[in-house]
Design a protein around this ligand. Structure first.
Ligand SMILES: Nc1ncnc2c1ncn2[C@@H]1O[C@H](COP(=O)(O)OP(=O)(O)OP(=O)(O)O)[C@@H](O)[C@H]1O
Ligand SMILES: [Mg+2]
Length: 218
């Protein structure tokens, strides 16, 4: 991100959610993003992942400058290049664990057997091989979060955005999920931004960036 600014218009007032944001994440680096509620963390992730457009500035992910992308180009970019893991897990409730991974590919490019094999390989890696047919309601919190991580990895993203991935988990489970996130990112050489309030979680990241009132500081 170079000189990124995000202003939300609320009636007559402008909310500056991100100001002069400069952030470079190396292609295999895990960056923790830490800051108080309302400081702009979700906004930053949304802009990095092409969910929101910046008001000003430039955003480059991999070799793509997404700043001027149309909605259609952004959709394609999200399908192919990024993964998201949100605080509230957002699994599709009436689909099984495996189907929740496969849904990514029905929207994207890979289909049929290769997709199914990839989904099963990921579920296996995440320790969920025997839960592939479970619905989200039949999974524990940590298991659901692992399905969400698997889903974020289905499209072989170059960047994964984790917005408080462990906040719904107790400390022990949070650490386990972070260990998993770290090993998945490092074994694939994938970049990640991890939003967290928890200092223990930042130990699993390579570097911590702080944000206060929309302003980044190392
Ligand atoms: N769609 C919107 N319209 C107007 N203002 C918004 C919108 N989304 C966020 N904001 C404001 O922008 C600021 C940054 O919000 P953001 O969601 O990025 O914060 P955050 O750091 O993720 O907070 P939290 O830790 O509570 O999730 C806040 O002041 C928020 O009220
Ligand atoms: Mg947020």
């Amino acid at each position: 991100m170079t000189n990124v600014r995000k202003v939300y218009r609320m009636g007559d007032t402008d909310v500056v959610a991100l100001d002069h944001a400069e952030l470079t994440v190396a292609s295999d680096e895990i960056v923790a993003l830490v800051g108080p509620s309302g400081s702009g963390k979700t906004t930053l992730c949304s802009i990095a992942g092409g969910i929101l457009s910046a008001t000003d500035g430039s955003v480059v992910v991999g070799d793509e400058e997404i700043t001027g992308y149309s909605d259609k180009q952004l959709t394609r970019f999200r399908q192919n290049r990024v993964g998201f893991v949100f605080q509230s897990v957002n699994l599709v409730p009436f689909l099984t664990a495996r189907e929740n991974l496969l849904v990514v590919d029905e929207l994207g490019r890979r289909q049929g057997r290769p997709a199914r094999e990839r989904a099963d390989r990921l579920l296996d890696e995440l320790g969920l091989a025997d839960r592939a047919k479970n619905l989200p309601s039949q999974l524990s919190g940590g298991q659901k979060q692992r399905v969400a991580i698997g889903r974020a990895l289905m499209n072989e993203p170059s960047l994964v955005l984790f917005d408080e991935p462990t906040s719904a988990l107790d400390t022990k489970l949070g650490i386990q999920v972070m260990e998993l996130i770290r090993s998945e990112m490092k074994s694939r050489g994938t970049a990640a931004i991890v939003v967290t309030h928890d200092e223990r979680i930042t130990e699993y990241c390579d570097r911590t960036v702080h944000i206060i009132d929309g302003v980044l500081a190392a």
